[in-house]
Design a protein around this ligand. Structure first.
Ligand code: C5P
Length: 227
Protein backbone atom coordinates (compact mmCIF):
# COMPACT_ATOMS: atom_id res chain seq x y z
CA UNK A 1 0.00 0.00 0.00
CA UNK A 2 0.77 3.65 -0.49
CA UNK A 3 2.32 5.20 2.63
CA UNK A 4 1.43 8.83 3.21
CA UNK A 5 2.32 11.70 5.53
CA UNK A 6 -0.39 12.92 7.87
CA UNK A 7 0.01 16.39 9.43
CA UNK A 8 -2.17 17.29 12.41
CA UNK A 9 -2.08 20.87 13.62
CA UNK A 10 -4.20 22.95 15.92
CA UNK A 11 -4.49 24.75 19.24
CA UNK A 12 -3.33 23.20 22.50
CA UNK A 13 -5.45 20.46 24.08
CA UNK A 14 -7.65 19.84 21.05
CA UNK A 15 -6.91 16.13 21.29
CA UNK A 16 -4.36 16.13 18.47
CA UNK A 17 -2.19 13.51 20.13
CA UNK A 18 -5.11 11.20 20.91
CA UNK A 19 -6.17 11.25 17.28
CA UNK A 20 -2.60 10.96 15.99
CA UNK A 21 -1.91 7.92 18.19
CA UNK A 22 -5.13 6.21 17.09
CA UNK A 23 -4.27 6.79 13.43
CA UNK A 24 -0.67 5.63 13.78
CA UNK A 25 -1.78 2.46 15.54
CA UNK A 26 -4.49 1.70 12.98
CA UNK A 27 -2.20 2.32 10.00
CA UNK A 28 1.03 0.95 11.45
CA UNK A 29 2.64 4.37 11.06
CA UNK A 30 5.19 6.20 13.22
CA UNK A 31 3.69 8.80 15.54
CA UNK A 32 5.67 11.93 16.42
CA UNK A 33 4.51 14.43 19.05
CA UNK A 34 6.46 17.57 18.15
CA UNK A 35 5.07 19.42 21.19
CA UNK A 36 7.11 16.98 23.31
CA UNK A 37 10.27 18.15 21.55
CA UNK A 38 9.55 21.85 22.26
CA UNK A 39 8.63 20.89 25.83
CA UNK A 40 11.94 19.04 26.26
CA UNK A 41 13.86 22.12 25.08
CA UNK A 42 11.84 24.26 27.54
CA UNK A 43 12.66 21.78 30.32
CA UNK A 44 16.35 21.97 29.39
CA UNK A 45 16.16 25.79 29.56
CA UNK A 46 14.51 25.61 32.99
CA UNK A 47 17.04 23.11 34.35
CA UNK A 48 19.89 25.38 33.29
CA UNK A 49 18.20 28.55 34.53
CA UNK A 50 18.05 30.11 31.08
CA UNK A 51 14.36 30.77 31.70
CA UNK A 52 12.44 31.66 34.85
CA UNK A 53 9.38 33.67 35.80
CA UNK A 54 11.02 37.02 35.21
CA UNK A 55 13.81 36.33 32.74
CA UNK A 56 14.67 34.51 29.55
CA UNK A 57 18.26 34.37 28.34
CA UNK A 58 17.72 33.44 24.69
CA UNK A 59 21.39 33.92 23.79
CA UNK A 60 22.50 31.34 26.35
CA UNK A 61 19.82 28.90 25.23
CA UNK A 62 20.82 29.29 21.58
CA UNK A 63 24.50 28.88 22.49
CA UNK A 64 23.72 25.59 24.20
CA UNK A 65 21.34 24.13 21.62
CA UNK A 66 24.15 21.94 20.32
CA UNK A 67 24.19 20.22 23.72
CA UNK A 68 20.59 19.09 23.36
CA UNK A 69 19.90 15.66 21.98
CA UNK A 70 16.29 14.62 21.58
CA UNK A 71 15.19 11.09 20.92
CA UNK A 72 11.92 9.17 20.92
CA UNK A 73 12.14 5.62 22.27
CA UNK A 74 9.24 3.26 21.85
CA UNK A 75 7.80 1.90 25.11
CA UNK A 76 6.29 -1.49 24.34
CA UNK A 77 4.20 -1.56 27.50
CA UNK A 78 2.59 1.80 26.83
CA UNK A 79 2.38 1.28 23.08
CA UNK A 80 3.87 4.65 22.19
CA UNK A 81 7.18 6.49 22.14
CA UNK A 82 8.53 8.50 25.05
CA UNK A 83 10.69 11.62 24.96
CA UNK A 84 14.34 11.39 25.96
CA UNK A 85 16.47 14.47 26.59
CA UNK A 86 20.21 13.71 26.53
CA UNK A 87 19.51 10.07 27.28
CA UNK A 88 17.09 10.72 30.15
CA UNK A 89 13.40 9.86 29.98
CA UNK A 90 11.63 13.21 30.56
CA UNK A 91 8.10 12.15 29.63
CA UNK A 92 6.73 13.09 33.08
CA UNK A 93 8.83 16.21 33.58
CA UNK A 94 7.70 17.83 30.30
CA UNK A 95 3.96 17.54 31.03
CA UNK A 96 3.87 19.84 34.07
CA UNK A 97 2.10 23.20 34.20
CA UNK A 98 5.53 24.88 34.72
CA UNK A 99 6.82 23.58 31.41
CA UNK A 100 3.51 24.54 29.78
CA UNK A 101 4.02 28.07 31.09
CA UNK A 102 7.43 28.46 29.39
CA UNK A 103 7.22 26.30 26.29
CA UNK A 104 5.62 28.83 23.94
CA UNK A 105 8.32 31.41 24.71
CA UNK A 106 11.01 28.87 23.94
CA UNK A 107 9.15 27.85 20.76
CA UNK A 108 9.30 31.46 19.50
CA UNK A 109 13.08 31.26 19.12
CA UNK A 110 13.94 30.72 15.43
CA UNK A 111 17.11 28.73 16.16
CA UNK A 112 15.09 26.33 18.31
CA UNK A 113 12.51 25.92 15.58
CA UNK A 114 15.00 25.28 12.78
CA UNK A 115 16.83 22.64 14.84
CA UNK A 116 13.62 20.77 15.63
CA UNK A 117 12.09 21.14 12.17
CA UNK A 118 15.20 19.62 10.61
CA UNK A 119 14.99 16.61 12.93
CA UNK A 120 11.24 16.25 12.23
CA UNK A 121 11.76 16.28 8.47
CA UNK A 122 14.44 13.61 8.84
CA UNK A 123 12.03 11.40 10.84
CA UNK A 124 9.39 11.73 8.13
CA UNK A 125 11.51 11.25 5.05
CA UNK A 126 10.19 7.73 4.39
CA UNK A 127 6.51 8.73 4.93
CA UNK A 128 4.24 6.42 6.90
CA UNK A 129 4.15 9.04 9.65
CA UNK A 130 1.56 10.91 11.67
CA UNK A 131 2.99 14.10 13.17
CA UNK A 132 1.18 16.57 15.38
CA UNK A 133 2.08 20.14 16.28
CA UNK A 134 1.47 23.71 15.17
CA UNK A 135 3.41 24.06 11.91
CA UNK A 136 3.45 20.54 10.49
CA UNK A 137 1.21 21.18 7.47
CA UNK A 138 2.63 24.66 6.83
CA UNK A 139 6.36 24.33 7.48
CA UNK A 140 7.55 20.80 8.30
CA UNK A 141 5.64 18.86 5.61
CA UNK A 142 3.99 21.36 3.25
CA UNK A 143 3.51 18.46 0.80
CA UNK A 144 1.73 16.13 3.27
CA UNK A 145 -1.02 14.14 1.55
CA UNK A 146 -3.43 14.76 4.43
CA UNK A 147 -3.56 17.82 6.68
CA UNK A 148 -5.94 18.11 9.58
CA UNK A 149 -6.52 21.31 11.57
CA UNK A 150 -8.19 20.72 14.92
CA UNK A 151 -10.12 23.29 16.90
CA UNK A 152 -12.37 23.46 19.96
CA UNK A 153 -13.35 26.30 22.27
CA UNK A 154 -10.76 27.44 24.85
CA UNK A 155 -13.14 26.48 27.68
CA UNK A 156 -13.60 22.94 26.33
CA UNK A 157 -9.85 22.53 25.92
CA UNK A 158 -9.02 23.93 29.35
CA UNK A 159 -11.52 21.57 30.96
CA UNK A 160 -9.92 18.57 29.20
CA UNK A 161 -6.40 19.61 30.22
CA UNK A 162 -7.56 20.35 33.78
CA UNK A 163 -9.13 16.88 34.09
CA UNK A 164 -5.89 15.31 32.83
CA UNK A 165 -3.68 17.20 35.27
CA UNK A 166 -5.99 16.52 38.24
CA UNK A 167 -6.01 12.82 37.37
CA UNK A 168 -2.20 12.86 37.52
CA UNK A 169 -2.42 14.45 40.96
CA UNK A 170 -1.26 17.96 39.99
CA UNK A 171 -2.55 20.71 42.26
CA UNK A 172 -3.91 23.14 39.67
CA UNK A 173 -7.05 25.22 39.35
CA UNK A 174 -9.27 25.37 36.30
CA UNK A 175 -8.62 29.15 36.04
CA UNK A 176 -4.87 28.58 35.99
CA UNK A 177 -5.19 26.02 33.19
CA UNK A 178 -7.56 28.24 31.18
CA UNK A 179 -5.14 31.16 31.52
CA UNK A 180 -2.27 28.97 30.29
CA UNK A 181 -4.28 27.68 27.33
CA UNK A 182 -5.23 31.25 26.32
CA UNK A 183 -1.69 32.54 26.75
CA UNK A 184 -0.25 29.78 24.61
CA UNK A 185 -2.94 30.32 21.95
CA UNK A 186 -1.95 33.99 21.84
CA UNK A 187 1.81 33.42 21.59
CA UNK A 188 1.44 30.52 19.15
CA UNK A 189 -0.75 32.52 16.75
CA UNK A 190 1.19 35.82 17.01
CA UNK A 191 4.83 34.74 16.79
CA UNK A 192 6.90 35.87 13.78
CA UNK A 193 8.41 32.52 12.91
CA UNK A 194 5.86 29.87 11.84
CA UNK A 195 2.74 31.17 13.63
CA UNK A 196 -0.08 28.71 14.10
CA UNK A 197 -2.30 29.06 11.01
CA UNK A 198 -4.38 26.57 9.14
CA UNK A 199 -2.74 25.41 5.90
CA UNK A 200 -4.85 26.33 2.86
CA UNK A 201 -5.32 22.68 1.96
CA UNK A 202 -6.09 21.45 5.49
CA UNK A 203 -9.39 19.94 6.61
CA UNK A 204 -10.73 21.71 9.72
CA UNK A 205 -12.28 19.58 12.43
CA UNK A 206 -14.01 21.24 15.39
CA UNK A 207 -14.31 18.49 17.96
CA UNK A 208 -16.12 20.44 20.70
CA UNK A 209 -19.08 18.13 20.12
CA UNK A 210 -17.44 15.01 18.69
CA UNK A 211 -16.52 11.90 20.66
CA UNK A 212 -13.07 10.38 20.17
CA UNK A 213 -14.59 7.57 18.13
CA UNK A 214 -16.60 9.90 15.89
CA UNK A 215 -13.60 12.08 15.23
CA UNK A 216 -11.41 9.06 14.50
CA UNK A 217 -13.94 7.73 11.98
CA UNK A 218 -14.15 11.08 10.17
CA UNK A 219 -10.39 11.20 9.72
CA UNK A 220 -10.05 7.51 8.89
CA UNK A 221 -12.52 8.04 6.04
CA UNK A 222 -10.32 10.87 4.76
CA UNK A 223 -7.26 8.62 4.91
CA UNK A 224 -9.00 5.80 3.12
CA UNK A 225 -10.03 8.13 0.33
CA UNK A 226 -6.32 8.80 -0.30
CA UNK A 227 -4.50 5.47 0.18
O1 C5P B 1 1.34 20.21 21.59
P1 C5P B 1 1.73 20.82 22.90
O2 C5P B 1 0.64 21.58 23.58
O3 C5P B 1 2.41 19.84 23.82
O4 C5P B 1 2.86 21.89 22.50
C1 C5P B 1 3.45 22.71 23.47
C2 C5P B 1 3.89 24.03 22.85
O5 C5P B 1 4.98 23.80 21.94
C3 C5P B 1 2.86 24.77 22.03
O6 C5P B 1 2.03 25.61 22.82
C4 C5P B 1 3.71 25.59 21.08
O7 C5P B 1 4.15 26.78 21.70
C5 C5P B 1 4.93 24.71 20.87
N1 C5P B 1 4.89 23.97 19.61
C6 C5P B 1 5.28 24.61 18.45
N2 C5P B 1 5.33 23.93 17.27
C7 C5P B 1 5.01 22.63 17.21
C8 C5P B 1 4.60 21.95 18.39
C9 C5P B 1 4.54 22.65 19.57
O8 C5P B 1 5.57 25.80 18.48
N3 C5P B 1 5.11 21.99 16.05
Amino acid sequence: INKITIAIDGFSSTGKSTLAKQLAQQLGYIYVDTGAMYRAVAFFAMQNQYISIDSFNKVELVNHLKNISLEFKFNNELGFAEMYLNGQNVEKEIRTIEVSAYVSKVAEVSEVRSKLVEQQQEMGKNKGIVMDGRDIGTVVFPDAELKIFMTASAATRAQRRFDELVQKGDAVTYEEVLKNVEERDYIDTHRKDSPLVMAEDAVEIDNSHLSREEQFQVVLDLVNAII
